[in-house]
Design a protein around this ligand. Structure first.
Ligand SMILES: [Zn+2]
Length: 254
């Protein structure tokens, strides 16, 4: 923001945030999975099962109002309708950006309060090439949503400022497995409710998703860490082998 004072001088008011170094991953580190959904805006769950639901207020209704107005205006097709459409698009974009700023701030605040080291989000960019029928309804919905990507970006940079690493994990089957016994079934999920067909465990479906994302983030991160440990331990680094093949070599030679 800049201000023009009485003397006609510009003053710039800059907020500078200093990035903190990434937190170290240890056995006792806390991870957090964030499930971004359609019903609840976002749900976060940590390694020690602390959770929080982030509501987008009446955002869903407001977006639906915009959507209905858009459909009506598009069918008119006049020049003035086009202008109104443009204004509407700008309004909606500002509304979503505001909401995303608030939600991402709250999510990262929750992560800081719970001393989270790594925050996991679903990577929906890689699923573009796959056949559409493989995608969940939610993935289809979020796939083309700039607002969803914006929310992820906001979370990532706010987390980075707090020294929290963001990891993007494979989004396949984050909603179907039971977070308690790992049993996977389509029938586990019924709308907002998750009920495991194998062990009977019941939970809010989005929270079950967030817990699965947390598990996957933890597994993924431990693999990465073990690779880094191995690659620094190997002084004889003849080729740029991946950590996994190094792991295989060291196991084979021992
Ligand atoms: Zn189960």
């Amino acid at each position: 923001m800049n201000f023009l004072n009485k003397d006609r001088n510009y003053y710039f008011n800059l907020t500078v945030s200093q990035e903190l170094p990434d937190k170290k991953i240890e056995d006792a580190s806390t991870f957090m999975g964030v499930d971004v959904g359609i019903n609840s805006f976002a749900v976060a769950s940590t390694t020690d099962n602390k959770c929080k639901f982030f509501a987008g207020g009446d955002i869903k209704n407001r977006r639906n109002v915009y959507k209905n107005m858009r459909t009506k205006l598009q069918s008119k097709g006049t020049l003035s309708a086009k202008r109104v459409l443009e204004r509407l698009a700008g309004k909606e974009k500002r509304l979503m950006t505001d909401v995303n700023h608030c939600i991402s701030k709250a999510i990262v605040k929750f992560a800081i309060e719970n001393s989270v080291s790594v925050l996991g989000l679903e990577d929906l960019t890689g699923i573009r090439d796959r056949t559409n029928n493989k995608l969940r309804k939610k993935q289809k919905y979020l796939h083309n949503s700039w607002a969803f990507y914006q929310l992820q970006q906001f979370i990532e940079y706010k987390a980075k400022n707090a020294g929290i690493i963001t990891e993007y994990i494979n989004p396949e089957y984050t909603s179907q497995p039971c977070c308690r016994c790992d049993h996977i079934s389509k029938n586990n999920r019924k709308g907002l409710k998750f009920r495991c067909k194998a062990c009977g465990f019941e939970l809010n479906a989005d929270l079950n998703g967030a817990r699965n994302i947390e598990h996957r983030t933890r597994d993924y991160r431990y693999i990465l860490e073990s690779q880094e440990c191995l690659s620094t331990a190997h002084t004889d680094n003849r080729s740029e082998k991946s950590g996994i093949s190094m792991l295989a070599t060291s196991v084979a030679s021992s």
